[in-house]
Design a binder for this molecule. Structure first.
Ligand code: FPP
Length: 243
């Protein structure tokens, strides 16, 4: 079970309370802790949180800097707790534009939680779903060019194998349930490939107010959905429909 969350509405939550936007992000970090615990209790295998998109670099400099500091504080304070709770931490997205201290903390947290098996907590920082696909295409093109130089042709099987390898190296598991808070209804370049058959749940209130009960309600909603993956309903449910 892979649950992905677009944690939207921090800024609006803060503004509605006459607070600076950063207060919304700090409250958002507190909500992250609660939802991670709820995911462990609900036996979710992978939880992926959208913390910073590649397009978020265009926000005011002070907000970007404060968010980066918040990610550092989170990793510093949570690494030991994740080991205790058997949570593996994995950061997805580009690292070449992050500052060296944050990259160091990411590598440290990933290393100390590498053996953990209860939940995989993925945090997307400087992430773009389109960029992941674009990079996979470049890798495939490079491999195929080399193959053409070696053998003067490439078979469709070879191309299919390269696609599987390139996407496999950079993508995570298929998303089962995608939750977005904050009232908007869009994907915002998040896990585009992996969300092909994700069930979508939209929550009106902002991320800082998202509670364990909301998380459990989204899981209940997911379990009520009929996932057909493009096929027709099973013969028993068809019979029930015509009866
Ligand atoms: C979107 O809300 C939220 C973000 C761009 C940042 C998400 C970051 C956190 C929840 C902080 C903590 C995260 C971790 C992993 C420790 P917005 O600011 O776009 O809200 P708005 O649409 O109301 O302006």
């Amino acid at each position: 079970m892979h649950v992905a969350i677009i944690m939207d509405g921090n800024g609006r939550w803060a503004m509605q309370r006459g607070l600076p936007r950063m207060a919304g992000h700090r409250a958002g970090a507190r909500a992250v802790r609660k939802v991670v615990e709820a995911a462990v209790r609900s036996q979710v295998d992978t939880l992926t949180l959208y913390a910073f998109s590649a397009d978020n670099w265009s926000r005011p400099r002070c907000e970007v800097d404060s968010l980066m500091r918040l990610f550092k504080q989170y990793l510093q304070s949570e690494a030991a707790r994740c080991v205790e709770q058997n949570i593996r931490v994995n950061i997805i997205g580009r690292r070449d534009r992050l500052n060296a201290a944050l990259v160091h903390l990411i590598e440290h947290t990933e290393a100390v939680t590498r053996h953990c098996t209860k939940l995989t907590l993925q945090i997307a920082i400087d992430y773009s779903g389109r960029d992941v696909i674009r990079r996979a295409c470049l890798a495939i093109a490079g491999e195929c060019m080399e193959a053409i130089e070696r053998t003067a042709s490439v078979s469709t099987d070879y191309v299919a194998e390269q696609i599987a390898q390139a996407m496999g190296a950079s993508r995570c598991a298929n998303v089962d349930l995608l939750i977005r808070t904050g009232g908007e209804k869009r994907l915002s370049d998040f896990l585009l490939w992996e969300s092909a058959y994700a069930e979508l749940v939209f929550v009106e209130h902002g991320w800082p107010e998202f509670s364990e009960a909301d998380f459990e309600a989204a899981l209940r909603e997911f379990r009520r959905r009929d996932r057909r993956f493009g096929t027709v309903p099973s013969p028993t449910s068809q019979q029930e429909e015509t009866a």
